[in-house]
Ligand binder design. Structure first.
Ligand code: ADP
Ligand code: ZN
Ligand code: MG
Length: 495
């Protein structure tokens, strides 16, 4: 048997370590703000604690613990009664204390899972653990990249920002699955209100990847632990988006396959994802856990969350809400998906579906509003202070005070492009629906003034009716209902 066949049968194994920036007002161990100001000066949101000055003592932020507990509950993880903090020791210029406060053998969440839809199948990804830690500062390499810069500046504004690091089991079998997982994870985090996806660097991913012999994959897709441990894996750092994860891992699959095919071993190492070049580059051989000399953080007492964790509620999550929307409002799968993937969209839909017709509300929110927003590269969060105005627009359509066509093409677009409210646009453009008398008169005029079209219609050319409908629509300034005009024309022409 040739080596080529053997290596071609290798299966892809991926596990992720996802760093999530928590939306708290202040940093995890001090009172410094986490809110970056626009055009902010470096090193302005700092204090003795986050600068690691001698004698400064950390005080744990309650809000960060609550956020971590919510994440644990959403991931169906175990939240032990007692958890504690450790120091992870290493030197790097963005880490002024020379150690990072993190969690080690007693993380706040362990043994959870997240279900993900990948194409037509559903996969359950195991969550090994999720722990709290502080973010280091950030480095700015003058001249662009770490390997070409002639000097580097350091900014400690980010130092001490609360993070939860979520570590998955090596349960992914393709790069596409990691992308679906990250999108789902973001949905859940956003529902929990602990995370802001629009913030730069709020989600950072390290991806571990190896190729294992096909024979070590069992019929149910599981892979035995010995094969996982034996496989040389690379850890790809610097991934900051769902798409980035998929691309970096696809690159890595090809690179590792090619190495094995040529009879070379895959080095166990840390690699850097170069987004602009679309390649991974070797950074260093992979460090081992023992290198970090973890020991207990004696400045922070162990944290008891036993009674507290019960009193921290979490909202209905996207999957449950999707199912409820289908049952309660009779929505199809696609509409329910679109309407629940962002919490703000789901809340808005629910508000208008309870006030008007649920189907009309679904068309307006899922298709029209989201479609027009998407076209303008905008999100629901860009207009969340104007939702009452959109509800008013749906109300006008629901009450037949505005035609669907005018509502879509004139009012909705005007609202987004010029920022006006619907009543102002309707008034200014004279878009109120025509009353019956007005439509009757326009129908009579259209018939009188277009004898040829009338003859064609009577000769059996059904297309002529569309021409006449157009004539009526023109005369009413688009404010008549085309279906009604069509019926009325046929009635009159039959007389
Ligand atoms: P380390 O101590 O080297 O960081 P961990 O056991 O903490 O290793 O695992 C880190 C990540 O590596 C986890 O996300 C895990 O799922 C993943 N992982 C473990 N084994 C493999 C493997 N054979 N291939 C790909 N990823 C793996
Ligand atoms: Zn501080
Ligand atoms: Mg690790």
């Amino acid at each position: 048997m040739s080596t080529r066949t053997a290596t071609d049968e290798r299966a892809v194994v991926i596990g992720l370590e996802v760093h999530v920036q928590l939306e708290t007002d202040t940093k995890i161990f001090c009172g410094c703000s986490t809110e970056p100001a626009e055009d902010e000066e470096p090193n302005t949101r700092t204090c003795p604690v986050c600068l690691g000055l001698p004698g400064a003592l950390p005080v744990l932020n309650e809000g960060a613990v609550e956020a971590a507990v919510k994440i644990g509950k959403a991931l169906e993880a175990d939240i032990p009664e007692r958890t504690d903090f450790h120091r992870k020791n290493y030197y790097y210029p963005d880490l002024p204390k020379n150690f990072q406060i993190t969690q080690y053998d007693a993380p706040i969440c362990a043994d959870g899972e997240l279900e993900v839809a990948v194409e037509d199948s559903r996969r359950t990804i195991g969550i090994t653990r999720a722990h709290l830690e502080e973010d280091p500062g950030s480095l700015q390499h003058a001249g662009g990249s770490i390997d070409t810069a002639d000097h580097t500046l350091v900014d400690y504004n980010r130092a001490g920002t609360p993070l939860v690091e979520i570590v998955t089991e090596p349960d992914f079998r393709s790069p596409a699955e990691t992308r679906a997982f990250l999108a789902k994870l973001e949905e859940v985090l956003e529902y929990l209100g602990v995370f802001d996806a629009t913030r730069d660097g709020s989600l950072r991913v390290d991806a571990n990847i190896s190729l294992v012999p096909g024979e070590s994959v069992a019929g149910d897709g599981s892979i035995d632990d010995d094969a996982l441990a034996a496989a040389n894996r690379t850890e790809v750092k610097n991934i900051s988006s769902h798409k980035g994860a998929e691309k970096a891992l696809a690159y890595e699959v090809t690179r590792q396959r090619n190495a094995l095919r040529r009879g070379r071993a895959v080095e166990q190492e840390t690699r850097h994802w170069d987004e602009s070049r679309g390649i991974t580059v070797s950074m260093r051989s992979k460090e081992a856990e023992k290198d970090y000399r973890y020991f207990r953080e004696a400045d922070l007492p162990p944290l008891e969350v036993s009674d507290w964790r019960e009193s921290i509620p979490i909202p209905e999550l996207p999957d449950a809400r999707r199912e409820r929307f289908r049952a309660e409002y009779g929505l199809g799968a696609e509409a329910a998906d679109k309407l629940t993937s962002r919490k703000a969209v789901a809340d808005f839909y629910e508000d208008v579906a309870d006030r008007f017709d649920p189907d009309l509300a679904a068309t307006w929110v899922a298709d029209n509003l989201l479609g027009e927003l998407n076209y303008r590269d905008m999100a629901i969060t860009d207009v969340d202070d104007r939702l009452e105005e959109f509800a008013r627009l749906i109300e006008l359509v629901d009450a037949d005070d505005l035609t669907t066509k005018n509502a879509e093409e004139v009012v909705l677009r005007g609202m987004l492009d010029d920022g006006d409210d619907p009543d102002t646009i309707v008034e200014r453009e004279g878009l109120g629906t025509a009353d019956t008398g007005e439509v009757e008169a326009a129908v009579a005029d259209a018939i009188d003034e277009n004898p040829e079209a009338v003859d064609d219609y009577h000769d059996g050319d059904d297309g002529a009716i569309n021409f006449l409908v157009g004539q009526v629509m023109q005369r009413t300034g688009g404010s008549a209902d085309p279906g009604e005009v069509n019926a009325l024309l046929r009635e009159r022409l039959a007389e």
